[in-house]
Design a protein around this ligand. Structure first.
Ligand code: ATP
Ligand code: MG
Length: 479
């Protein structure tokens, strides 16, 4: 039996006193359990999400707690699950009655009976998530740790309280949670558990895609997402969830010519970008930036391996993948598509001489996403050759500098045509017609090419010239 340690110092939020008092009045036991306790012991600060287990009705406890609070917060109840939630002082407190669960084959929703604290701890996913701190007067603050979760916290181990085969098969979402926690906390999944995940991987099919995506997003948002993706790959889960990514794995060699392993390269890119952005969608773009390389790969005797058009194919795959994973098909998806589609553009510019017009075109096409695109390209540099590494970074520095210069001069970023279609129509006395489009386009091209500055007077002059060359006659007042 592990020693009883006391962690009163974890219970500084006043809500814990309210819970303790309410439980006393209802004559039931209550405990804070799970993530809050784990994160406190890990010194990750005091979480704002608090899970409370009542030996009895969690809903009744929540209602009682609300009555004791000055603002009587609304209690949201979920009768089917026997849980209730309330918010107070920026905290979100979930109440659940202690329970015992048994599972059937085809669902991760168990049959539930009332149980003891021990039963409730048994149904928790990992030993480090089964830690409870008592809110009862006789042992307020005592840690109840039946599975040596504290030791596993110290050893940085993820393991299940009960037989892993049963734990993962009962609720396969736990496989993803194990990998997610390993990634977030930088923990190791115990070998027996890891083997069991590999063995039970097919069970992931009963998990809704929204749940899967929640976990993928948490992995992507960690400090080092590659840890999670490598585990997903190693256990075989990634192939089931996102085969498009595992298709990138492998190095092929023909006639002594090799290409890089685009799967492991991608993971490096994601880790790189994680150092510069917390934006989930930019991280998704990094994860998917080379996705079109598997279907476009070809070997040519003279030039070796090519992936022609992979950006275009990749952008189309982004849509399919988002749809398949039930990710939103909105502006976020379009943003990821755009970054994938444009992912090689700055590289091409940096490789050649960085000309003003190429940079203007890049900024024109990327618009406000230009900085994100540059961040992606810099993260994409994974060469192990220090000279090349430096050279590529310097080239992108030049591109960035040029972007700033061109922007100051020409304001291409959110390009608005300096002469409107209406003005073109008035000038040449035109009805809506294709000539207007041709002239507008010619003005835009002249600006991007640097023939004229991005300003009204020059553009108007250019418009007249272009119109006349098309055989149009300006109205007298414009002539
Ligand atoms: P975080 O909130 O940082 O994601 P957490 O551990 O608080 O971590 P929650 O999803 O909030 O995770 O769940 C709270 C607690 O509920 C967990 O600590 C764990 O004890 C339990 N739990 C959650 N999901 C499961 C599950 N699928 N199987 C078993 N226990 C679970
Ligand atoms: Mg939580």
């Amino acid at each position: 039996m592990p020693e009883n340690r006391n962690y009163k110092q974890a219970l500084t939020y006043s809500i814990f006193n309210n819970i303790s008092q309410a439980a006393g009045e209802l004559n039931l036991e209550s405990y804070v359990i799970g993530g809050f306790v784990r994160d406190f012991l890990l010194d990750r600060g005091k979480a704002k999400d608090i899970d409370v287990v009542a030996v009895g009705s969690g809903i009744a406890l929540a209602k009682k707690v609300s009555k004791l609070l000055p603002h009587k917060p609304k209690v949201q109840t979920f009768k089917n699950f026997g849980t209730a939630m309330l918010r107070a002082d920026n905290l979100e407190v979930e109440f659940v009655g202690a329970r015992k669960e048994s599972y059937s084959e085809d669902s991760r929703n168990p049959v539930v009976e009332n149980g003891s604290l021990q039963d409730d701890q048994n149904r928790r996913d990992f030993t480090i998530n089964a830690l409870a701190i008592s809110l009862n007067p006789e042992n307020y603050g005592d840690l109840i740790d039946p599975f040596n979760g504290v030791k596993d916290l110290e050893d940085k181990i993820i393991k299940t309280p009960l037989d892993p085969d049963i734990t993962y098969s009962d609720d396969p979402l736990r496989m993803l949670r194990a990998i997610r926690f390993a990634t977030q906390l930088n923990f190791t999944i115990e070998k027996e558990s890891l083997d069991s995940i590999a063995k039970n991987k097919e069970r992931i099919q009963i998990i809704s895609r929204e749940r899967i995506v929640d976990e993928l997003n948490k992995i992507l948002l960690s400090a080092k997402p590659s840890v999670g993706f490598a585990l997903l790959h190693q256990t075989g889960l990634l192939h089931l969830i996102m085969p498009q990514l595992t298709d990138l794995e492998g190095i092929e060699e023909i006639e002594g010519q090799k290409h890089k392993d685009n799967f492991w390269h991608t993971l490096e890119v994601v880790d790189n970008i994680a150092q510069y952005t917390d934006d989930l969608w930019l991280r998704w773009a990094a994860l998917l930036h080379d996705i079109g390389k598997a279907p476009t790969k070809k070997f040519h005797k003279k030039i070796g391996w090519t992936f022609h058009g992979h950006e275009f194919v990749g952008a189309k795959m982004v849509y399919k993948l988002f749809k398949q994973l039930r990710l939103p098909l909105n502006d976020k998806m379009k943003y990821v598509q755009k970054l994938v589609l444009m992912s090689s553009r700055p590289i091409v510019i940096a490789d050649e001489k960085v000309t003003d017009s190429a940079v203007r075109r890049l900024v024109f096409d990327a618009g406000d996403d230009i900085d994100d695109l540059m961040t992606l390209c810099e993260a994409d540099i994974t060469t192990k050759n220090p000279n090349r590494f430096k050279k590529y970074h310097n080239n992108f520095k030049k591109v960035r500098k040029k972007i700033r210069e061109v922007e100051e001069k020409d304001h291409i970023r959110n390009f608005q045509p300096p002469v409107s279609g209406e003005e073109i129509m008035e000038t040449f006395n035109l009805q809506p017609s294709k000539e207007i489009g041709i002239i507008k386009d010619a003005i835009k091209e002249a600006i991007l090419e640097g023939e004229i500055p991005n300003e009204y007077t020059a553009a108007k002059k250019y418009m007249l010239k272009k119109g006349i060359s098309l055989g149009l006659v300006p109205e007298p007042k414009n002539g």
